[in-house]
Write a protein that binds this ligand. Structure first.
Ligand code: ATP
Ligand code: MG
Length: 249
């Protein structure tokens, strides 16, 4: 079982979108996948077409085999859940007391025999990022091909270092470019700079900016299912093939 945390310094890079779609692409390749939403925005469910009222989520039920929900796209899912301000405060206080709350919950999923567990997180330094990094074997840093995203990378790297240095099982970060503009000189320059500085950490396929991604979200389904042949879907398929090879190395 490999746990991959989707993280980013800046908001809106595409963590939630790519976590959902890569989870679905892994399931299409017969991998047994659990997707866990560690973001109080509780938005992951929107990518999976799930009725929010139906599900309690991890704040109330914890991370355990009993809290897994069957999503319509072949993956098991635990949403964050819809909670009140007081519940959120109590929950975050509990996370601060026990930095391994998420890690312990993921270990309890072992009997379910997952190949991959994917964690979606809010942007920047939060208790959720710390929890995710304490549990992860890898971190997938989602960036835009722009100067602002590039500038946040050293900060993210130092947070990763801080929370994983004591865990030899942590493999590394990968950097995944999302919303790559078509025919943009700056986009290609940023990509070249990322390659020059991060070489093997950079996922060799970028996910291009594609209006179908936002349309799919409006229809509450993964873009892979909404438009399997569109550019972003094909990119996500290639990223997933690369990821499977790289996890097996
Ligand atoms: N490849 C893409 N092409 C076009 N639009 C995209 C692409 N990826 C994501 N988007 C759009 O960008 C917006 C932000 O995506 P998303 O919510 O996945 O980002 P996030 O990193 O999870 O944000 P947050 O930091 O708030 O959690 C959404 O409107 C989504 O539809
Ligand atoms: Mg998100």
């Amino acid at each position: 079982m490999k746990t991959i945390a989707f993280i980013s310094g800046k908001g809106g890079a595409g963590k939630t979108t790519l976590a959902a779609n890569i989870a679905v692409a892994l399931a299409q390749r017969k991998k047994h996948v659990a997707l866990i939403d560690l973001d109080p925005q509780n938005a992951q469910r929107l990518h999976l077409g799930m009725d929010p009222g139906e599900i309690a989520g991890l704040v109330r039920e914890g991370i355990s085999p009993a809290s897994l929900f069957d999503s319509p796209f072949g993956i098991k899912f635990i949403p964050f859940g819809r909670v009140s301000g007081n519940e959120l405060e109590d929950f975050e206080a509990e996370l601060k007391k026990n930095p391994r709350w998420v890690s312990d919950g993921i270990h309890s999923l072992a009997p379910a025999g997952f190949d991959v567990v994917i964690l979606d997180t809010p942007p920047g330094p939060t208790p959720y990022l710390e929890q995710a990094l304490m549990a992860a074997d890898r971190a997938m840093v989602v960036v835009l091909a722009d100067a602002a995203s590039y500038a946040t990378l050293p900060k993210i790297e130092s947070l990763v270092e801080e929370f994983t240095a004591h865990r030899p099982e942590f493999e590394d970060i990968n950097i995944l470019i999302n919303q790559m503009p078509i025919n943009s000189k700056l986009g290609h320059q940023v990509r070249s700079a990322l390659y020059a500085n991060y070489s093997k950490k950079l996922v060799p396929v970028a996910v291009y900016k594609d209006v179908r991604v936002a349309q799919a979200l409006a229809f509450e389904r993964p873009v892979l299912q909404y438009k399997p042949g569109c550019k972003a879907s094909l990119n996500i398929q290639s990223v997933t093939d690369w990821l499977i090879d790289s996890l097996e190395d």
